[in-house]
Design a protein around this ligand. Structure first.
Ligand code: ZN
Length: 274
């Protein structure tokens, strides 16, 4: 006699009736390939990708990046060719990272009208008008320190004696970021992607656009999560494409082991308006 039925009136099963507590059985929807295909909610296609391009000054340059096989630093003309190839595959957009001719404490080329990214934006929009051109907006590719922000250094106009020397200055960095965002927008970028993890970094970009009378107000904080949100070992190989090597970023990037830490900065970065 079945002891399970006798003792507690539950259906017989390998777990002695315990499986009666399962009220939903979604495994039934995964039984066949046709069912799984029919019920799929997320499809990943070429049109979902944004192709990263690392642009540098020069002509017909394709400099291989050792830490990322198959990835190159490209001169603007080569970047256009690469974007054309991506577009033929159905990839609708590119994101640009710039390697400047010279680096300095502020990263002046970052917001120069003839900066390498600004040149690339214009060439891409001229040759491939339908291509979505996104730009990385950060300082680390352009500063001689390799940090994503201005450093607290004696003699600098931003020097704050109450803060440690070498401290990454959040608020003065926002001023530079907003200049970069405006410069990219004026060059014709469809979207900018602040990625430096500075607190409040999106709102000043939008504010500067509005202040300057630009009708462009497009910023994409979501994209920045794809760029470099965490302090993690996996970040290191991605520094090389941008020729940006630094040591310690742990004081202002997100901490991988803290989930709450990953969520909070979005609120802080966005600010009151966007
Ligand atoms: Zn950066």
């Amino acid at each position: 006699m079945d002891r399970t039925i006798k003792s507690n009136n539950r259906a017989e099963g390998p777990l002695g009736g315990l499986n009666q507590s399962i009220t939903a059985r979604p495994r039934r929807l995964r039984q066949t390939s046709a069912l799984r295909g029919m019920l799929r909610e997320t499809e990943l296609n070429a049109r979902d990708f944004i192709y990263p391009l690392f642009v540098r000054h020069g002509h017909k340059l394709r400099n291989a990046i050792g830490s990322m096989p198959g990835v190159f630093q490209l001169s603007v003309d080569e970047a256009v060719r690469e974007a054309e190839a991506a577009a033929r595959l159905g990839i609708p957009g590119v994101i640009l990272f710039g390697i400047p001719a010279e680096k300095d404490p502020v990263g002046l080329e970052n917001f120069a009208p003839d900066g390498v990214v600004q040149q690339a934006i214009q060439a891409l929009k001229r040759e491939l008008p339908d291509l979505v051109v996104v730009t990385d907006v950060c300082l680390c590719e352009y500063t001689d320190s390799g940090h994503c922000g201005l450093l607290n250094l004696p003699g600098s106009e931003y020097y704050q004696p109450h803060l440690p020397e070498g401290y990454v200055l959040n608020d003065p960095t926002l001023e530079v970021l907003s200049k970069v965002a405006l410069s990219h927008a004026e060059a014709g970028a469809d979207m900018v992607a602040p990625s430096g993890m500075m607190d409040g970094m999106v709102q000043p970009c939008a504010a500067r656009w509005i202040r300057t009378g630009s009708n462009i107000c497009r910023c994409c904080p979501t994209l920045s999560s794809m760029l470099r949100p965490f302090t993690a070992p996996s970040v290191k190989p991605r520094r090389a494409p941008r020729s940006s090597e630094i040591a310690n970023r742990t004081r202002w990037t997100r901490l991988m082991p803290r989930r709450r830490c990953a969520k909070l900065p979005w609120t802080l970065m966005k600010g009151p308006t966007c």
